[in-house]
Ligand binder design. Structure first.
Ligand SMILES: Cc1ncc(COP(=O)(O)O)c(C=O)c1O
Length: 457
């Protein structure tokens, strides 16, 4: 008996060795919850090791989302992971920090000095866009009801270049989407065509600074002029919502003179992703209204079940406070000078890369001098149309570079896209260019199929 017990103790002791315990050979039944508990160290290691099969975030050039933050920022994020942002009564300093960030961004986006801005943090730009457009729909409904007019057929006017979340808004919230198609040569909003689609039932017109497809910028100033003219002529009040998911945290530093924000009178709301060029890990986004009056009161909920009366305008009630704090860290730490130097580096590297592609002969960047650090490009010459194969070849080196088709009427164009985030150095781009060359070679000389051996007799 004694010997047996000792033996079983020895087996249990083996649980403490990382790769020597029985869980590494156990079928864990990962689609149904197990009956037994497992030791934390083993579970950690098993999950950690499985996740090694994911792509490397630093080489994920498909993503706009931040993959590096300073150790001090990470430390603050870790320290605050336990805080629920909605508990503002319990975490008043966190609530205060959120307000400060909203005010800093409003200032960056030139909200009127004498106005009373409104804003909220969100999980990302998607939630911010849904909430922004919902506010415009409600304002339109309230206006129409007051005038005794029908509210049956709201519509939203956008270009084909908008992110899928705009389509989601239309579908989820029963709004007709009036889309101006792209053309085979133009991948941003055609203002004349947009204005043609605007009528008294238009809840808002959308514009994007930094489109998902090409990183290009819609002509917001021109749109503003045209909308204001139409509003004046017709007595309408059609607002613009600017999707600044990426560009919103780039343009203020690289092109402070370019008007795309609240300096334009019809721009009533703006979204930006804190977790893109706001340089914070996912997920944090921001929604700002030009004036408190742009956010109808009947959409703001007041609850007191957390201890004191609080206002909330979000889709989800609870969310993590840590990334809002990460955003505050970056704004304080970097200041305008710091953000400018990061964005300048990103753009310098993006332009270097676009220039090299253009000089190469086999590639054609959409813009040789992109305004934002996003390089969309296609193949030129005999390999045109084989962008998907290039993306697959690059994947073999670890690079994640997406290949995708553009929306109608530019759907015949397939592009590859590299987002030059802050961690994408000149050295990395040199390496990527080398691997692009090797990928082309594979297209030129596909590996010969191995001959099947004759059957052995
Ligand atoms: C222009 C644009 N708008 C909206 C979104 C959605 O942003 P998020 O991922 O922060 O929800 C993206 C994402 O890439 C985007 O590029």
């Amino acid at each position: 008996m004694l010997t047996r017990k000792r033996h079983s103790q020895t087996r249990d002791d083996s649980l403490s060795t990382t790769y020597g315990n029985r869980f590494f050979t156990k079928d864990l039944k990962t689609f149904r919850m197990g009956e037994e508990s497992l030791p934390p160290a083993s579970v950690y290691q098993i999950i950690h090791d499985e996740l090694e099969l994911d792509g490397n975030p630093s080489l994920n050039l498909a993503s706009f989302v931040t993959t590096w933050m300073e150790p001090e920022a990470e430390c603050l994020i870790r320290e605050n992971l336990r805080k629920n942002l909605v508990d503002q009564n319990e975490y008043p300093r966190t609530g205060e920090i959120q307000h400060r960030v909203i005010h800093m961004l409003a200032d960056l986006f030139h909200a009127p000095e004498d106005g009373d801005i409104a804003g909220t943090s969100t999980i990302g730009s998607s939630e911010a866009i849904l909430l922004g457009l919902l506010a415009h729909k409600k304002r339109w409904q309230n206006r129409r009801r007051k005038a005794g007019k029908s509210t049956d057929r709201p519509n939203l006017v956008v270009g084909g270049e908008v992110h899928v979340v705009w389509d989601k808004f239309a579908r989820y919230f029963d709004v007709e989407m009036r889309t101006v198609p792209l053309s085979p040569r133009r991948f941003t909003l055609d203002v004349d065509e947009a204005i043609r689609r605007v009528d008294e039932n238009t809840i808002a017109v959308g514009a994007v600074v930094g489109t998902t497809f090409t990183g290009q910028i819609d002509p917001v100033e021109e749109l503003n002029e045209a909308i204001e003219k139409r509003n004046k002529e017709q007595g309408w009040d059609v607002p613009i919502h600017v999707d600044g998911a990426s560009g919103g945290m780039i343009l203020p530093f690289l092109e402070p003179g370019r008007k795309w924000d609240f300096r334009l009178s019809a721009v009533r709301s703006i979204n930006v992703s804190g977790h893109k060029f706001g340089l914070v890990y996912p997920g944090v986004g921001w929604l700002l209204f030009r004036n408190r009056a742009d956010l109808p009161d009947d959409l703001v909920f007041r609850v007191n079940y957390l201890g004191a009366e609080e206002e909330t305008y979000t889709l989800n009630f609870s969310s993590n406070a840590a990334f809002v704090i990460g955003q505050y860290y970056n704004l304080l730490r970097l200041g305008k000078k710091g953000y400018r130097s990061v964005m300048e580096n990103c753009r310098t590297n993006a332009r270097f890369f676009a220039g090299k592609l253009s000089a190469h002969g086999r590639f054609e960047p959409v813009d040789e001098k992109p305004a934002l650090p996003i390089v969309a490009f296609r193949l030129r010459g005999k390999h045109a149309g084989r962008e998907n194969e290039i993306a697959s070849e690059l994947r073999k080196y670890g690079w994640i570079v997406p290949a995708y088709t553009l929306p109608p009427d530019a759907e015949k164009t397939t592009l590859l896209r590299v987002v030059v985030r802050e961690n994408v150095s000149r050295q990395m781009l040199d390496d990527l260019l080398g691997h692009l060359d090797r990928s082309l070679e594979v297209l030129e000389n596909p590996p010969a199929r191995k001959k099947a051996h004759p059957p052995l007799c």
